[in-house]
Design a protein around this ligand. Structure first.
Ligand SMILES: [Zn+2]
Length: 284
């Protein structure tokens, strides 16, 4: 394809732009407060993320009952807990030597999503909502739907999230009624989840929730901005919010995955755009 030579540097430049944007945020004063909060949350394993998403596909921030309490928030009455597997050590006596040794064991633990808690406002970065409804955005949304590896359904979603990838039923949900720019961004974000973070994907097993969100939103920024539909005012804050450290090492690590999946999606979208430009029939 003739565009390959110009595409790679452009994708790389967009990734650099993402890093720079996030670096600017994490040097701000607002960020310091967020970081203190971030360090309190547990970075769950792949297995637990899958357990959480199976039970609550829209889960945003989960923590134990006790942790929410120390953060000044209370789990609301009637909220349904999400079950995860937590490790603990048990002391066992070696029957032969009589020595005591520690063995790793697992138990079921309960966590709750932030949407099931109320109380003190948590510090958060300002997200500028993506607004806008143009012909180009509508066309992009249609094209993005046709490159999705799984079915896309528009649904009524009440807990504040704009979309999700359902890891068990294998479909993408997009919130009905949100702006078209937001729909486009959310759809590409979820397509990345449905491409890279499937339950059976062995490469994803070592990833944490932060890694997955950084990959999904980072690629959404690269792909949409590549086509002139800039999402930086939303994506930079989102990625920073999942960064959980004072440097951008985690984002650096996601770089390969972001650029690779972005290129793949851009290729698919461009191929569709080209085929649509072609005249349907050659009338001489
Ligand atoms: Zn996500």
């Amino acid at each position: 394809m003739t565009t390959t030579t110009t595409k790679e540097p452009k994708v790389k430049a967009l990734f650099e732009q993402l890093k720079e944007g996030v670096a600017n945020i994490i040097s701000s004063d607002d960020w310091k407060k967020i970081l203190i909060l971030q360090t309190k949350f547990h970075n769950y394993s792949f297995r637990n993320i899958m357990l959480i998403r199976m039970q609550r596909p829209t889960a945003k921030r989960v923590a134990s009952y006790g942790l929410w309490k120390t953060l000044g928030r209370q789990v609301v009455r009637g909220a349904q807990s999400i079950k995860i597997i937590a490790p603990h050590t048990v002391k066992l006596e070696d029957k032969e030597t009589g020595e005591e040794k520690e063995v790793l064991s697992f138990h079921q633990a309960s966590v709750f999503d932030v949407t099931d808690t109320e109380g003190e406002e948590l510090p958060r970065l300002n997200y500028d909502e993506l607004a806008g409804d143009t012909k180009q955005l509508r066309q992009f949304y249609e094209l993005a739907m046709s490159i999705s590896p799984v079915p896309v359904k528009e649904k009524t979603i009440k807990d504040g999230s704009e979309g999700y990838y359902h890891t068990v039923e294998d479909y993408i949900a997009i919130k009905r009624g949100i702006g078209v720019h937001k729909k486009c961004k959310t759809l590409i974000h979820e397509i990345v989840h449905a491409t890279l973070h499937r339950r059976d994907n062995k490469d994803a097993q070592a990833l944490t929730a932060s890694d997955m969100e950084i990959q999904a939103e980072g690629a959404a920024f690269v792909v949409l901005t590549y086509f002139g539909l800039d999402t930086s005012k939303y994506s930079f804050s989102y990625v920073a919010g999942w960064n959980s450290s004072n440097d951008i090492e985690r984002i650096e690590r996601a770089g390969d995955a972001i650029q690779k999946v972005s290129k793949k999606l851009i290729d698919q979208l461009e191929a569709l755009m080209k085929s649509e430009e072609k005249p349907k029939a050659n009338i001489a």
